[in-house]
Design a protein around this ligand. Structure first.
Ligand code: COA
Length: 241
């Protein structure tokens, strides 16, 4: 069972970007209170490495390549998800609070069905973060967004409660942004329930973020900056070594 990183070590070695002041962050956000205009539904499954633009050809091999980060005193390995991760991912969901599950799935704080988890793991842009002991402590996925057109991907992040607040979410957001850009998406859409502020703070580092308040709740759009490609985990790992 995951117990989270040791709390007495305050240092997380991998920082995606230097910390910014809250004021600077807020200045980069836009909030609009109009629902989005419905666009045509995307067809087919999510984009993958075969959809990468020629200018990103040198990066495609890095999208699902594993890399590791220090989280407190623990080392966490992040890699592309595989169908055989299902049991460990389901166990991780069992350790998450209803609040976290609500924020990830907006389904009343319940866990998703096993079939839904299985589908998530089969998405081309699906990732897991695991301890060296094999315990999965976070998942991240980008999949086609049914509401916002074919260039938009819905992002789904879930960090197990005991591992939250240690920059694992930032690490995963940075990688997902890079991976989606490389695979031809231009926009990330996030649908947090009560974690809008936390998700905003993650998104503003990867592009221009706006908050949309609609009749069905609040969601966030981030138009990806071209520099987001450099946020791929293995790219940052190489740059730091
Ligand atoms: C949202 C979530 C992914 C963030 O992951 P994390 O590892 O806890 O976040 P990080 O440690 O990387 O911190 C990211 C930023 O969010 C902020 N943050 C984290 N939790 C917060 C909270 N409860 N309220 C406000 N800000 C918060 C942090 O301060 C940090 O910003 P800063 O570096 O500018 O100070 C994680 O908390 C989670 O899985 N929550 C439940 C599911 C969810 O909300 N998913 C999002 C749906 S897309």
């Amino acid at each position: 069972m995951g117990v989270g990183p040791a709390r007495h070590v305050m240092n997380v070695n991998v920082q995606v970007t230097p910390p910014k002041s809250i004021a600077a962050n807020v200045a980069r956000m836009t909030t609009i209170s109009q629902p989005c205009i419905a666009r045509p539904q995307p067809s087919g499954k999510g984009r993958g490495l075969a959809d990468a633009a020629p200018r990103h050809a040198s990066l495609t091999g890095l999208v699902r390549q594993r890399w590791s980060v220090r989280v407190g005193s623990a080392t966490v390995l992040i890699r592309g998800a595989e169908p055989h991760d299902l049991a460990a991912v389901a166990e991780m969901h069992g350790r998450c609070s209803p609040q976290s599950l609500l924020n990830r799935y907006r389904a009343g704080g319940r866990r998703p069905a096993v079939a839904a988890l299985e589908n998530q793991l089969r998405e081309p842009l699906s990732f897991v973060a695991a301890t060296y002991g094999g315990t999965i402590v976070a998942t991240a996925v980008a999949s086609p967004d049914a509401e916002h057109g074919r260039d938009a991907a819905e992002i789904g992040l879930l960090v197990e409660d005991a591992w939250q607040g240690w920059h694992l979410g930032r690490e995963l957001m940075s990688h997902i942004a890079g991976a989606t850009l490389v695979c031809g998406y231009r926009e990330l859409i996030g649908y947090p329930a009560t974690s809008v502020v936390a998700v905003q703070r993650l998104m503003i580092d990867v592009g221009h973020t706006r908050v949309v308040v609609g009749p069905d709740g609040t969601h966030l759009h981030t138009y990806l900056a071209e520099s987001a490609a450099l946020g791929l985990g293995p790219v940052r790992e190489r740059l730091a070594s």
